[in-house]
Design a binder for this molecule. Structure first.
Ligand code: C2E
Ligand code: MG
Ligand code: MG
Length: 622
């Protein structure tokens, strides 16, 4: 009655696959657990298929109860198996099994299982009569259930096709189509027991496409690779608590070229072995380029693990019969901040690891994330011409009347909140956006001057900050001149503030300033005293005003000595006027006026204001 020629070889293939699966290191992720369930179900379906078929053939020798149990058990497992294939499809589509939608879609499975279970009483699927096994009136519910989950799987895969990697889509479609063919063949040739063969084939496709350990095992010792890291992150980031600790071998590329690839590779293997032995509850990953990562239960475990790893790196690693001391730096991320996608976590971790420099240093990648957000806001503001200019008054020290104002750049984050220049200016300098940003600030300040504001406010000049990076643009003076011309602005009224830091490249800066000076611009030295001040250099620059850094001002105010007054006298004798920054109280204003500061700037007079507020506040009576 039954033909067993397919079922036994299928069983052998399955057993081979099982032994491979258990012999290699596995990632403890949901996909693997579902697959394991699938393997177990497949094995039991085959056992029950063979036993029930055999028993049905010689039904006279067995009791009706046993025949019921064997056939009933087979159908229960048969339906569970298709449901597990469907669960695997949900897994690769990253649909949570606990989601409302996934739970609703399980209803046909429970109904069909209930019908199978009640078969004892109802005979809906099959009955055991005088002539042995016979199909019941609702036998086809099995096919309907099977077809339902296959169609659903295929629809879901095709609907998400555009967002899936090609290999995932191809693997997903392949095993589901094999199951479709199996179902059709079973429907047409039920006596051949071929369904088990098609299911085994589908399982082999799943193993090769998604779970082959070579896909996620690192080739450097007992660690997992980047692909494995992504799979694990996808799962653990949904947990209420998790932490990931990353560390990098410093100067990896240099060390590799000095020590040679083989010796370095041996070190990587040794570190991998150490990690997997010393931290059995953490999963170790090698992310290439000397970068490692470990998953930890929570932030506290992460800290303890870090200390332990650091202590181990104080000892040498013995590779190729020599002792090597390696320096490492850390970066970590934990569940306290939602970083969104796996891509973002991975990118930020790699970025953080490449930005830590000193040994044992540790950065939390949330900080890197903030920098990425700022870079994004900066990019947007610059490209959409949305850099805002705020103005802060600079007053004469003798009468506190407005003399000039400093233009200060502002950008906003996605929620419209202002971002501090202390955060975005260094990023703009690093990324090169400072050139466009500086130009926008200059253009908007010139436009402000052009609108008759200087006169109506009694402003003599406006100060604009010039970054050292901007000074490296060869055509800076032409660019600024063109902007001036567009707005009929006069260069004498636009003072450019440069910091001592810019004076590092002495010759180049002098040439640059000369070109600007020839076009009529005036210069102000900003933040004097905040860096390595070189007085003899200051003498050689065409400054008209020196701004004393607020830290220096505050220091003087708290502990008066003769240094600042003497310096100011000296500057005066060289022809510079002096501005004191950071004046917050009338006492500070008096003290700094007393020692000869000509101008004062600070919160006592006003914080930097948007241009329209500035105009409203300082407009002179008509
Ligand atoms: P800076 O040029 O020294 O500007 C003065 C900074 O001190 C401003 O900070 C101002 O708000 C702050 N300040 C003024 N008075 C007080 C006070 O009484 N107390 C305190 N605590 N702070 C005071 P802001 O606007 O945050 O700018 C910070 C720095 O960012 C600027 O320092 C400047 O170096 C840079 N920056 C701002 N806008 C631009 C720009 O358009 N281009 C360039 N290259 N750099 C800019
Ligand atoms: Mg300034
Ligand atoms: Mg300053």
């Amino acid at each position: 009655m039954w033909n067993y020629s397919f079922v036994f070889p299928s069983m052998l293939i399955l057993l081979t696959l099982l032994s491979f699966f258990f012999a290699r290191r596995r990632l403890p992720i949901r996909q693997n657990r579902i697959f394991l369930g699938l393997l177990a179900l497949q094995l039991w379906v085959m056992v029950f298929d063979i036993l029930s078929s055999r028993a049905d053939e010689s039904y006279a020798q067995y009791s009706a109860g046993l025949l019921h149990a064997l056939n009933g058990g087979f159908f229960l497992l048969f339906i569970a198996r298709i449901f597990w294939f469907y669960r695997f499809t949900l897994g690769i589509l990253d649909i949570a099994l606990s989601s409302r939608w996934a739970r609703l879609s399980a209803i046909p499975f429970y109904i069909t299982e209930a019908v199978c279970l009640s078969n004892f009483a109802t005979g809906a699927i099959f009955s055991i009569g005088e002539n042995g096994y016979a199909r019941g009136p609702f036998y086809n519910i099995l096919y309907v259930c099977f077809a339902f989950y296959l169609v659903l799987s295929l629809v879901l895969l095709l609907r998400r096709a555009r967002h899936l990697k090609r290999s995932v889509l191809a693997g997903g479609l392949a095993y589901n189509l094999v199951l479709v063919v199996g179902n059709v063949v079973r429907f047409l040739l039920p006596q051949y027991l071929v369904m088990d063969t098609f299911c085994t084939l589908a399982i082999v496709i799943i193993y090769l496409s998604f779970l082959n350990p070579d896909l996620y095992l690192s080739d450097r010792g007992p660690t997992f690779n980047m692909r494995g890291f992504r799979l694990v992150l996808q799962e653990i980031r949904q947990r209420p608590k998790y932490a990931v600790l990353g560390f990098v071998l410093q100067n990896y590329n240099n060390e590799r070229s000095i020590l040679g690839g083989d010796q370095m590779d041996e070190c990587i293997s040794l570190i991998s072995q150490y990690l997997s032995k010393a931290f059995p509850h953490c999963l170790p990953f090698y992310l290439r380029g000397g970068r490692f990562a470990l998953t930890c239960a929570d932030a506290e475990t992460c800290e303890r693990t870090k200390a332990q790893i650091l202590a181990r790196f104080h000892q040498p690693w013995r590779a190729h019969a020599s002792d090597l001391y390696l320096n490492i730096a850390f970066a970590s991320v934990d569940s306290s901040v939602n970083l969104g996608s796996v891509d973002r976590i991975v990118n930020n971790l790699v970025l953080a690891l490449s930005s830590v420099h000193s040994t044992g240093e540790s950065v939390n990648i949330q900080e890197i994330d903030q920098q990425i957000d700022i870079t994004r806001s900066l990019e947007q503001a610059v490209e959409r011409d949305q850099v805002e200019v705020f103005l802060q008054p600079v007053v004469r020290s003798d009468n506190h009347q407005l003399a000039g104002a400093e233009a200060l750049a502002r950008i906003r984050d996605a929620s419209g909140q202002l971002i501090s220049p202390a955060l975005f200016i260094p990023i703009a300098e690093r990324t090169g956006y400072i050139n466009q940003l500086g130009q926008q600030v200059f253009e908007k300040t010139c436009a402000f001057a052009d609108e008759g504001n200087l006169k109506s406010l009694g402003l003599e000049w406006l100060n604009v900050n010039l970054s050292p990076i901007q000074c490296m643009q060869r055509d800076l003076s032409e660019r600024f001149n063109a902007i001036l011309a567009r707005h009929n602005a006069s260069p004498e009224r636009l003072h450019l503030e440069i910091t001592e830091q810019s004076m590092g490249d002495y010759v180049h800066l002098q040439q640059q300033l000369k070109a600007l000076l020839e076009r009529g611009f005036r210069f102000v030295l900003d933040d004097f005293g905040s860096g390595y001040s070189n007085l003899s250099r200051v003498k050689h620059y065409p400054f008209i005003n020196i701004k004393i850094d607020m830290e220096v001002v505050w220091d003087y105010f708290h502990e008066r000595d003769s240094l600042l007054p003497t310096l100011i006298q000296g500057f005066h004798s060289m022809g510079f006027t002096i501005t004191a920054e950071g004046i917050e109280t009338p006492e500070m204003a008096d003290a700094l006026t007393e020692i000869g500061c000509d101008y004062l700037q600070g919160y006592m007079f006003s914080k930097p204001l948007p241009m329209d507020e500035f105009v409203q506040k300082y407009r002179l009576p008509a």
